[in-house]
Design a protein around this ligand. Sequence first.
Ligand code: IPM
Ligand code: MG
Length: 359
Amino acid sequence: MAKIAVLPGDGIGKEIVPEAQKVLDVVSKKYGLEFEYQEGLIGGAAIDATGEALPEATVELCRESDAVILGAVGGPKWDTLPVAQRPEAAALLPLRKKLGLYANIRPAFLFPALVNASSLKSEVVKGTDLVVIRELTGGIYFGEKKREDIPGGQKALDALVYTTDEIKRILRLGFETARQRRGKLTSVDKANVLESSRLWRETAIEMAKEYQDVEVEHMYVDNCAMQLIRWPGQFDVIVTENMFGDILTDEASMLTGSIGMLASASIGGEVALYEPAHGSAPDIAGQGKANPLATILSAGMMLQYSFNLPEALEQIKAAISRVLEAGYRTPDIMEEGCQLVDTGTMGDLVCRYLSEEKV
Ligand code: IPM
Ligand code: MG
């Protein structure tokens, strides 16, 4: 029996996580597995119930589980709280840190049926299949923060700190991932300006000697932002620091048609965490408009990484591919001639096609 901690969180998190659970149930039947779900509070929902965005009970629940699935946190109701108490800063970042999840894997894969859903030209995005490996527990997100009064206003500081060991462990995952894919690694930094990036690049150059079979290139982050929309096909694995990874993955999501398609796995600690890369989307919450596919794909990554069932992820991807080819779309990926479906129907369709896939 596998224990899965389920943290729906806020906004559309509450709508998309149950869809991923439906899909996990189909997989458990096919593979004869048993999943036990235990729900935990996080984000605004936890603030309302307990006064804290990340109750200790939730952290404990995660630690006792074999894997964690998370929806999203945050919303306008809690935006007026002091920054340190808001769901993003007080729940998501500490949870990543407490669980030691230093690596965030975000695959940007374009399902062929969505080649026209992107805001970019189909000939540019066609064939996109890359993965961004983002450092998740260091850098400017976690460095010293300070505010000081000075004449005329204030002074604010966010320190961007990395140690050689922190850089090495994330780069190692980048090299290993490239080795298992098409053998190309793009290490992204801003070594022309930042000292932390110079250490990053020196470390990457040194490590490349151990990985002669991997083709390594070093790219400045501004250039990478441009190259991603110019010619995404040039990328296989991108490895980068926390904030660059945050920004580049939102950009990369557009190559897949919608941010509602971008899944993620955060690994490297005691228990792995799976969550869509998008947020709680308060503007569409509660209306059945959310695309559950990023969360369903995140659950697929859970099967791959936490339960060693890469074939289950492949089957989920195949089922999604068939649902999209049959013309079903949530609003974010809607096109002329397709059939608009709500969140729950999209989840049901994936389950139906998945049940038909052979094990
Ligand atoms: C993400 C999100 C978070 C981040 C926010 C909500 C703190 O944008 O997971 O990409 O910046 O890491
Ligand atoms: Mg982000």
